[in-house]
Write a protein that binds this ligand. Structure first.
Ligand code: AMP
Ligand code: GLY
Length: 425
């Protein structure tokens, strides 16, 4: 079987790595891939949002299965276009991917079907939005409606901050058309967790739990990033919480999407806030999370291709997934300056040494090859992932490998997984 993986980040490296272990796979391509992926797959210079380029490539190379990583191509309708051309592709249709691409659509869906989430208002008018903020008071959360690469959300501690966010999103159009509408919602307290599940539109199969670390600095300080690390399992997601999330969130949402004529096939990802034993939805994503997929794929025992094929055939009910009992911890090494401006092209050393370690996988995110050397090529550069019989052991393995690796300006959080230790795992 020939497989094409769309994307070129740490998530896609973890997916390629997992797919490469399937005895059914004979060849893997990645578009565009990165330096790490190129050790396992043939990287092709087609961007992940170039749908017609990807379609032409898949046809010309007789790709049997395409797996989509990022949200961009999903929300542009890559799955619809491949399906129309008779090609097998894993991910939700454009209409189903709206669950990530439009926050207003999703808030209304959750309200209609009684899925637990925060109270909210939707506004296209700046004056009405400001009046709502003043009425509700702070803290309060302001979100641009559309995709904004994780940056269109402001958790405002004061009314003034919320109004500044309205200015940024609605008046200055900092996120373009994504800010034509805003959602203003109640600020939830608690601890966040990521809950991903495979679904064929009927059956919902939960993956192992995980938690990411969005803020750039230790102790959750500093601005939000794409994710500075993740671990799995997340002790906050107890058996009781998992059952609750399946019953009150995942299953009802998959049913609701089918009822709305938006059958969801793929990975449904709920970003949750858990407080006093109750989980509420912060957001949905229509894809695998990044970096969460790095620890999760490291722990998945079942052949990913078998799971994906069952989903495409509407037969997920017959799949049983198994997981390694080990914990996994992924530490992201980022470029100096990230999540602000940063430079690319810094040579990365120590990768060979890290590669000799047992229980460690170094997944690449923003890397490229230049004159035979691996260099930095993005904000998040590497996802150094350690496995171990306990979170503490996984942390030790991951950080030992992090210390093997260096590049100018590199920074990383020192406390990935620490919260799981506190919870007593
Ligand atoms: P989102 O992209 O909607 O998940 O928002 C990004 C981040 O903003 C989340 O991971 C939370 O840390 C925070 N956030 C979003 N919505 C809320 C909310 N209603 N209450 C508190 N924090 C929130
Ligand atoms: N780790 C958050 C995301 O993938 O959106």
């Amino acid at each position: 079987m020939k497989v094409l993986v769309v994307g070129g980040g740490g998530r896609e490296h973890a997916l390629v790595w997992k797919v490469s272990q399937s005895p059914r796979v004979t060849k893997i391509y990645a578009a565009p891939g990165n330096a790490g992926i190129s050790q396992l797959a043939e990287c092709v210079p087609v961007k992940s949002d170039d749908i017609s380029g990807l379609l032409a490539f898949a046809k010309a190379n007789r790709i049997d299965l395409t797996i989509v990583g990022p949200e961009g191509p999903l929300s542009m309708g890559i799955v619809d276009e491949f399906a129309q051309a008779g090609l097998r592709i894993f991910g939700p249709s454009k209409k189903a991917a709206e669950i990530e691409a439009s926050k207003t659509f999703t808030k209304d869906l959750m309200k209609k079907y009684g899925i637990p989430s925060s109270e909210y208002g939707i506004f296209t008018d700046r004056t009405a939005a400001e009046a709502y903020v003043r009425e509700k008071g702070a803290p309060i959360v302001v979100k641009a409606d559309g995709l904004a690469a994780g940056k269109g959300v402001v958790v405002a501690e004061t009314v003034e901050e919320a109004i500044a966010a309205l200015d940024l999103i609605m008046s200055q159009k900092a996120f373009g058309a994504a800010g034509d509408r805003v959602v203003i919602e109640e600020c939830l307290k608690g601890e966040e967790a990521s809950f991903m599940a495979f679904t064929d539109g009927k059956t919902v199969l939960p993956m192992a739990s995980s938690q990411d670390h969005k803020r750039v600095f230790d102790l959750d300080k500093g601005p939000n990033t794409g994710g500075m690390g993740a671990y799995s399992p997340a002790p906050i997601v107890t058996r009781a919480i998992e059952r609750q999330v399946m019953e009150k969130v995942m299953v009802p949402t998959v049913k609701a999407m089918a009822k709305e004529g938006r059958l969801f096939k793929g990975v449904l990802y709920a970003g949750l806030m858990i407080h006093e034993g109750a989980a509420k939805v912060l957001e949905f994503n229509a894809r695998f999370g990044d970096p969460e997929t790095q620890p999760i794929m490291s722990r998945l025992d079942t052949d990913l291709i078998d799971i994906i094929e069952a989903i495409l055939d509407g037969a997920l009910a017959r799949v049983a997934m198994s997981w390694k009992p080990d914990s996994a911890v992924c530490v992201v090494m980022a470029s100096g300056g990230y999540p602000g401006e940063y430079e690319k092209g810094r040579e990365i050393s120590g990768l060979e040494k890290a590669a000799t370690r047992q229980q460690v996988m170094v997944f690449h995110s923003g890397t490229a090859k230049k004159n035979g050397k691996v260099v930095t090529d993005g904000g998040r550069v590497l996802g150094v992932t350690g496995l171990g019989p306990s979170v503490a052991a996984a942390i030790d393995h991951a950080y030992a490998a992090v210390r093997d690796i260096s590049f100018e300006g590199a920074h990383y959080r020192k406390d990935i997984g620490a919260r799981a230790l506190e919870t007593g795992n």
